[in-house]
Design a protein around this ligand. Structure first.
Ligand SMILES: [Zn+2]
Ligand SMILES: [Zn+2]
Length: 253
């Protein structure tokens, strides 16, 4: 199993000034908080905090804001914690407790993805590593024609995980979120799309530039030749048309 999905790996991975990833761990489940270590003290804007300051922030999960607090537990070392309240606790433990109490030795725990909107608002999503692995069908490169080599990337669980770490867990075209809609049955179902042609089968993509998490519907349309931007504007246009439609019987004329 790759190093980064072991549950005992508690460190942060900072991908940019907007995105940071952390594996869920038992202590966050027990104590309703996560440690803000040196790697992420800028990400969580700890630098100007006073010794006993407690900053109220929001964790946004599947469209709902949950109040949390960021505070310093070691002013000298500049380390802190983010502690969440009762509401997020019940959502969080419902989503992740099963991974720690299922009796297996090294469960591949979900990764927490933080997307920073600003110092007071973080969007949080869960990357379900175990389910992504379960739903990935391995392809045999000996049976692939050269024009099918893209499947070596698109159907590889490591690249799926990398794509979601960089771009989030919802469809990058239409915003569809499998686990929000289907619950447990939807975990790990997101597809990924390789945006460029492969020069050879050993090509390694740049997850930020070359990969996109997409739902099965958008993926099919991309493979039919529709462009990413074109699809996004189609989705946007239809949403606006639907919003603008007056409900029947609401007009007097
Ligand atoms: Zn989609
Ligand atoms: Zn594709």
């Amino acid at each position: 199993m790759p190093e980064f999905i072991k549950s005992e790996n508690t460190s942060w991975e900072v991908l940019s000034d907007r995105v940071a990833i952390k594996a869920t761990d038992l202590s966050s489940l027990k104590y309703n908080e996560i440690r803000i270590t040196n790697e992420v003290k800028d990400f969580f804007s700890l630098e100007h905090m006073a010794r006993h300051e407690r900053r109220e922030v929001f964790l946004h999960f599947q469209g709902t804001p949950y109040p949390c607090a960021v505070y310093l537990d070691s002013f000298e070392k500049g380390r802190g914690k983010m502690r969440w309240g009762k509401k997020f606790r019940s959502v969080f433990s419902g989503m992740v407790s099963g991974y720690f109490f299922d009796g297996s030795d090294s469960p591949s725990v979900p990764l927490l993805r933080f997307y920073k909107w600003d110092a007071l608002n973080y969007e949080i999503s869960l990357i379900f590593v175990r389910e992504i692995i379960d739903h990935t069908v391995e392809v045999d490169d000996r049976t692939l024609a050269p024009w099918e080599h893209y499947r070596l990337i698109e159907e590889n669980f490591m690249w799926r995980i990398e794509a979601m770490k960089h771009h989030g867990t919802a469809c990058a075209i239409c915003g569809f979120d499998y686990s929000k809609t289907y619950g447990d049955a939807g975990k790990g179902r997101m597809k990924i799309h390789l945006k460029r042609a492969m020069s050879d089968k050993d090509f390694l993509p740049d997850p930020e530039k070359d990969l996109l998490p997409v739902c099965a519907n958008c993926h099919e349309l991309l493979h039919e030749g529709l462009e990413e931007q074109e699809l996004r504007s189609i989705v946007q246009m239809h949403r606006e048309m639907q919003k603008g439609r007056m409900p029947r019987g609401s007009r007097n004329d």
